[in-house]
Design a protein around this ligand. Structure first.
Ligand code: NAD
Ligand code: IPM
Ligand code: MN
Length: 324
């Protein structure tokens, strides 16, 4: 398959080069592309910038700009890593959960937001958790359609017992469910869902939730697969265009040491081939190469266990390429 690659900076690198975390140059390149493959943004050296200039705003900016409302985060355990999880192997063996996280709404984008002095003269910070009906409907449809292709079980995660926004979410999801009678829909409060993911994760097939709950639950679910370094993601809109990125951040504590696990990024490229380019064979070729490399005992530090072959980030990448 012939592909043309164009590089464009985002986040801190873009700020350094262009003075903005999602500069016009990058906007043009990404708008024109069929797909975007993204590394990760952020770093302590940028944490004191004005908020609109911070790397994270670049990431939120590109998601919003490209309308990428559906974030798919597959938490799949490779059998070879059953012992790498901090949970007992029998709890995670065979794990295959798809987390569908709404990505362009919720408290991440709700207005008003900011910091102010309140009527009592005290400083306070505030954000707005809000979801419109159309936003909930479209992500619910995505989740039901994914469930239809899997085990036909969908769990919608909310905090409807406290928050009106998510009570509304639940109401809309129930309404959309009438179009998917074959899917078994359940509802769970987010605190319970966090607990159930550790207690018995295999009860889940597809989970759908809002932006902030999905952010937190997906990091939690990543540990069921052995490491955050295994969790890929696809961010999609109504077209075939997508952004593909690992779910983890820039890992500043190990940056520059050639220690990071590249598999989440490589698996994100496989998702890109699958969802944007409809090239299932190429996606599977990558996934099979990763299986082979894990079966051969190669491990980066985050998934290392005794007796295995400890490799650097670049060595892991080389092994995957060789296995292909
Ligand atoms: P993080 O995901 O960067 O790191 C959390 C922990 O996981 C660290 O100990 C890190 O070393 C480890 N880790 C992460 N990825 C790894 C990998 N591939 N291999 C091995 N270990 C890995 O989260 P954080 O420390 O909370 O945030 C660091 C920075 O990244 C912040 O600036 C944050 O805003 C940003 N961030 C960006 C994204 C993104 O670009 N999508 C996601 C999360 C955080
Ligand atoms: C993620 C990250 C981002 C998010 C941050 C860096 C803006 O944590 O992709 O999960 O919260 O969405
Ligand atoms: Mn996150």
């Amino acid at each position: 398959m012939d592909m043309t690659f164009t590089e464009a900076p985002l986040g801190g690198q873009a700020y350094d080069q262009y003075g903005h975390p999602y500069p016009e140059f990058t906007q043009k390149v990404c708008r024109a592309a069929d797909a975007v493959l993204l590394g990760a943004v952020g770093g302590p050296q940028y944490d004191n910038l004005d908020r609109p200039l911070r790397p994270e705003r670049g990431l939120l900016g590109i998601r919003k700009d490209l309308g990428l409302f559906a974030n798919l985060r597959p938490a799949v355990l490779y059998p070879e890593l059953a012992n790498a999880s901090t949970l007992k192997p029998e709890v995670v063996a065979g794990l295959d959960i798809m987390i569908v996280r709404e990505l362009t709404g919720d408290v991440y984008f709700g207005q008003p937001r900011g910091m102010r002095v309140n009527e009592e003269g005290e400083r306070e910070g505030f954000n707005t958790m809000v979801y419109s009906e159309s936003e909930v409907r479209r992500i619910a449809h995505v989740a039901f359609q994914i469930a239809m292709k899997r085990q036909k079980k969908l769990c919608s995660v909310d905090k409807a017992n406290v928050l009106e926004t998510t009570e509304f979410w639940k109401e809309i999801v129930i309404d959309v469910a009438s179009e998917y009678p074959e899917v078994e829909l359940s509802h769970m409060y987010v605190d319970n869902a966090a607990m159930q993911l550790i207690r018995n994760p295999k009860q889940f097939d597809v989970m759908v939730t809002g932006n902030i709950f999905g952010d937190i639950l997906s990091d939690e679910a990543s540990m069921l697969t052995g490491s955050i370094g295994m969790l890929a993601s696809a961010s999609l809109n109504e077209t075939k265009k997508g952004l593909y990125e690992p779910s983890h951040g820039s890992a500043p504590d190990i940056a520059g040491k050639n220690l990071a696990n590249p598999i989440a990024t490589v698996l994100s490229a496989a998702m890109m081939l699958r969802y944007t380019f409809d090239n299932e064979a190429a996606a599977q070729r990558i996934e099979n190469a990763i299986k082979k490399v894990l079966a051969a005992g190669y491990r980066t530090g985050d998934i290392y266990e005794e007796g295995m072959k400890r490799v650097s980030c670049s060595e892991m990448g080389d092994q995957i390429v060789a296995a292909m």
